[in-house]
Design a protein. Structure first.
Length: 154
C-alpha cells in the first residue's frame, strides 16, 4: 500500500474512531447530570431529588485516616438519606471539580475532588468516586466512596 492509499484509508476510518468518542462524550454529560442532581439535592436536603438518581441498594463508603490508621465506614442509602433529611439542620454544600469520567458499556466511574461545607465553613475535603449503571431511564448511582481529610482543604 502506497502512502496515498494509507492516507485515504486513514480518512475513511476516521469517522469510526470518532463515533465512540462522541458517544462517550454524550454519556459523560448525562452521567455528570445525575451527579449534579445528587449534589443539588444534598444542598437542598431534598432526599426525593437525590433518590431520583440513587439506586435504593447503593452504598456509601467513607474512608479516612485517624492516628495513622486507615478508617472505613459503610452506610446503606437509606441511612445516608436519613442523615441528610434534616430541614432544621445546618446548611450543607459540596463543591466538586475536575471530574474524570470513564464509561464502558452500561457502567461508568467518576472521580471528583471535593470540599464539603457546613454552615458555609469547610468541614472536610477529599476525593469522591461514583459508580453508575445505565438503566432505560438513565444513569443511576449504585455506589459512592470518598476520602475525608480535615487538613489541607484550603
Amino acid at each position: 500500500m502506497n502512502s496515498k492509499q494509507k492516507i485515504l484509508l486513514g480518512c475513511a476510518l476516521l469517522p469510526l474512531a470518532v463515533a465512540p468518542l462522541h458517544a462517550q462524550t454524550d454519556d459523560a454529560v448525562d452521567i455528570m447530570s445525575s451527579i449534579k442532581i445528587m449534589f443539588d439535592g444534598l444542598a437542598a436536603r431534598d432526599t426525593a431529588m437525590m433518590s431520583s438518581v440513587l439506586d435504593p441498594e447503593a452504598r456509601l463508603v467513607q474512608t479516612s485516616t485517624r492516628d495513622g490508621q486507615p478508617q472505613y465506614r459503610s452506610t446503606d442509602m437509606a441511612g445516608f438519606l436519613a442523615a441528610i433529611h434534616n430541614p432544621d439542620g445546618p446548611s450543607i454544600r459540596e463543591d466538586y471539580w475536575h471530574p474524570q469520567v470513564v464509561v464502558h458499556d452500561n457502567l461508568a466511574t467518576v472521580w471528583v475532588s471535593y470540599r464539603f461545607y457546613v454552615d458555609g465553613q469547610v468541614s472536610h475535603c477529599g476525593e469522591d468516586t461514583f459508580q453508575l449503571a445505565r438503566r432505560a431511564s438513565g444513569w443511576v448511582i449504585v455506589a459512592i466512596a470518598d476520602t475525608q481529610r480535615r487538613e489541607g482543604c484550603g
